[in-house]
Ligand binder design. Structure first.
Ligand code: ADP
Ligand code: MG
Length: 681
């Protein structure tokens, strides 16, 4: 009896059973807050349900305490728990918070794991990880024996990796009768999860949401960033106390809005309260992300209370809850993945959010008291242009990486795999085809030795492939750098007010053969200059990108060495070797000039132009590109010069040319092929 009670969430022992140390005063303080969370009441019920069922669906309003309380409660029962998050920021920030709540050091009993950053140890009982990282763990340990309980959090987001994990869990649950799975979700699509995990009980945590008054703009806003700034200033000047949360779409916009809000607020002087403006997006370092939880500033000299204003991406919609928000400003937009298998293009596009998202965003204003939500779009737009819910990501993603992952886990029959929403067969076919051309799968669709090597790196298969091939081209030193640089945000800053100076700075690094080599030179210069922040700002280089690239490079290098690959660099023919090596992975992303500066992609024959950000001094005949950007005009970005002969040498199967539409490029390749055949004879 006694033991039971000490386990109940209400009784608190004075000593931390995990560390054997007395609890700190901070622990006691946080415990009080925790006890007021709606989920707290449901923990015991959850524990009891877990005794009877393998899978449970837990649903509760954002901020009710699901992510922070449920995993730590279960870890307190001495279970090994993994809790997934769709976003790395959330995984890191929540792990830190929960370590504090449990009064343990982050990385010991509570840890996290996100791509290129693992913070856990032997003693870790509870690990927060991105859904992508759990998938990677499943490649190594297909039945995930290292965990007793797996929590798939933010299930309503339906990210690609979470969707794959759903299917995977179904298979693992069959094999491991001891395994428990909890699916946690914010919005009301619980019946879909219940239906999918047949017979799983639903535990609903009652929400506490205050009413939120919603305002639309009367006429459509042309510049939503400017409109957001204006709205924030109006709230700040005229509305009652309470913090503001603004939803925009990305880093650049958010930084612009922050600058402009600060500028505007300064103009008002002491006639308005102090305003603390905080950006929130995924590429910010964790310490900067943590700022959102700082209290709002106190009253100014005129005794007007201060407020904080957080300008965030979609991440603040459900993953992170910021207390004290009373006003929400919603641009109605977010960056979303779109994929067109026919054009083989996956890109991030600023797109309208769904009605469900708009409702979630508004809800952020009513957590602690009645709030207001200002939508920067018209009611007509809301009604006619916003879909009911966001399409699952699996329906708008390139699946190459996922298909390889499933193959490595031994799931061969993709048709039989139990997808919650099956992706388009065409997208699956494309993925299988590309993996075959890359040499990761053989003609029977079985995993090759190269394929399993490719899957070792936490990179897209194309990038892994060039990393592996780089040994053969004696340029692994440079390709390691390139892979790291292609994994971070664009390092070149170009503020509007000093565009020309920034361009001049960039020109110093320009390599005549293209942007890939330019990226490598920037990194070399950064290292040569001692990784200095002032060097970065002087040269309009984003220091965050460079720091991240250096870290990623180190990690790739460790893996590279572990796999027994050699780091080589040979000066002779360096540029050519690097570009050939890139061709070995990205041969599907090439374009040939049709006329003046218009290019056509080879297989799809899409008309594209080289993005103005290129450092190429002229428009060469043949190029390889890293990114395809769909806007009003179609651009290819990060572009290098190639020799078409390399394509025939490195990817002969892909360039059999039969299915290719007629174009300049095709004709050139055909005649190259003919003359090569003649020469051979
Ligand atoms: P849910 O997962 O149900 O949306 P959470 O467990 O994320 O809810 O949040 C519960 C509470 O913990 C919220 O009030 C939130 O503001 C708070 N919280 C979460 N992370 C932090 C943090 N790093 N610092 C301060 N408070 C936090
Ligand atoms: Mg949560």
């Amino acid at each position: 009896m006694e033991r039971r009670r000490s386990r109940s969430p209400r009784a608190a022992p004075t000593r931390n059973p995990l560390t054997q140390k007395p609890y700190s005063s901070n622990y006691t303080k946080l415990l009080k807050d925790r006890k007021s969370l709606p989920v707290y009441e449901a923990l015991l019920q959850l524990e009891n349900l877990l005794k009877l069922h393998q899978v449970i669906i837990l649903q509760g309003e954002t901020g009710s305490g699901k992510t922070t309380q449920v995993p730590q409660y279960l870890a307190g029962l001495q279970k090994k728990v993994a809790c997934t998050q769709p976003r790395r920021v959330a995984a890191m920030s929540v792990a830190k918070r929960v370590a504090e709540e449990m009064d343990v050091k982050l990385g010991e009993h509570v840890g996290y794991s996100v791509r290129f950053d693992e913070c856990s140890s032997e003693s870790t009982l509870l690990k927060y990880l991105t859904d992508g990282m759990l998938l990677r763990e499943a490649m190594k340990h297909p039945t995930l024996d290292q965990y007793d309980i797996i929590i798939l959090d933010e299930a309503h987001e339906r990210t690609l990796a979470t969707d794959i994990l759903f299917g995977l869990m179904k298979e693992v649950l069959q094999k491991r009768r001891d395994l428990k799975v909890i699916v946690m979700s914010a919005t009301l699509n619980a019946d879909k999860f219940q239906h999918y995990f047949e017979g799983a009980p639903l535990l609903s945590v009652p929400g506490r949401l205050f009413p939120v008054e919603v305002f639309f703009t009367q006429v459509a806003e042309e510049d939503y960033v400017a409109a957001a700034v204006k709205t924030v200033m109006q709230i700040h000047a005229f509305e009652d106390p309470g913090d503001i949360l603004v939803f925009l779409t990305g880093e650049e916009e958010i930084e612009t809005a922050c600058r402009n809000i600060k500028k505007e607020a300064n103009k008002y002087g002491e006639s308005v309260g102090k305003l603390l403006v905080i950006p929130l997006y995924s590429t910010l370092p964790p310490s900067a992300q943590q700022k959102i939880f700082e209290p709002a500033p106190g009253p100014n000299t005129k005794n007007i209370p201060g407020r904080k204003c957080i300008i965030a991406t979609n991440i603040a919609e459900t993953s992170l809850t910021i207390d004290g928000v009373v006003y929400v400003v919603d641009s109605g937009l977010s960056k979303q993945k779109v994929y067109n298998p026919r054009m083989r293009v996956e890109s991030l596009m600023v797109s309208p959010i769904s009605k469900a998202s708009a409702k979630q965003r508004a809800g952020r204003a009513g957590r602690t008291q009645p709030g207001k939500c200002y939508r920067l779009y018209t009611e007509e737009t809301y009604r006619s242009e916003l879909q009911e819910t966001t399409h699952p990501e699996i329906l708008r993603s390139n699946l190459t990486s996922v298909v390889l992952t499933l193959r490595v886990m031994g799931i061969d029959n993709l048709v039989k795999f139990d997808f919650m929403d099956p992706p388009a067969p065409e997208t699956m076919m494309r993925a299988l085809e590309i993996l075959n051309f890359l040499g990761a799968l053989d003609d029977e669709g079985d995993l090759t030795e190269l394929g399993s090597l490719i899957s070792e790196f936490p990179l897209d298969p194309e990038l892994s492939k060039i990393l592996i091939t780089s040994e053969r081209f004696k340029c692994s030193d440079d390709i390691l750098t390139l892979c790291a640089m292609l994994s971070v945000q664009n390092p070149f800053l170009r503020p509007k007010e000093s565009g020309e100076v920034a361009d001049k700075a960039k020109a110093q690094f320009a390599h005549q053969d293209g942007d890939h080599l330019t990226l490598i030179s920037v990194f070399s210069a950064y290292i040569r200059e001692g990784q200095r922040q002032d060097w970065c700002s002087h040269n309009f280089i984003n220091p965050r990108s460079m720091r991240a690239a250096a870290e990623i490079r180190d990690q790739l290098l460790v893996k590279f060495n572990k796999l027994g690959l050699q780091v080589l660099s040979e000066e002779r023919g360096r540029s050519e070797n690097i570009r050939k090596c890139i061709c070995s992975g990205f041969f599907t992303q090439v374009a040939c000039k049709e006329k003046s500066s218009i290019y056509a992609t080879l297989k799809e024959k899409q008309c594209v132009a080289i993005h103005p950000s290129t450092t190429l001094a002229f428009r060469p005949e043949w190029v390889l590109y890293h990114e395809y950007i769909l806007t009003s005009k179609n651009y290819i970005r990060t572009v290098s010069i190639i020799n078409p002969i390399w394509l025939l040498e490195l990817a002969p199967h892909y360039f059999e040319l039969e299915g290719f539409p007629d174009s300049q490029g095709k004709r050139q390749l055909e005649s190259l092929k003919k003359s090569r055949a003649k020469n051979k004879k």
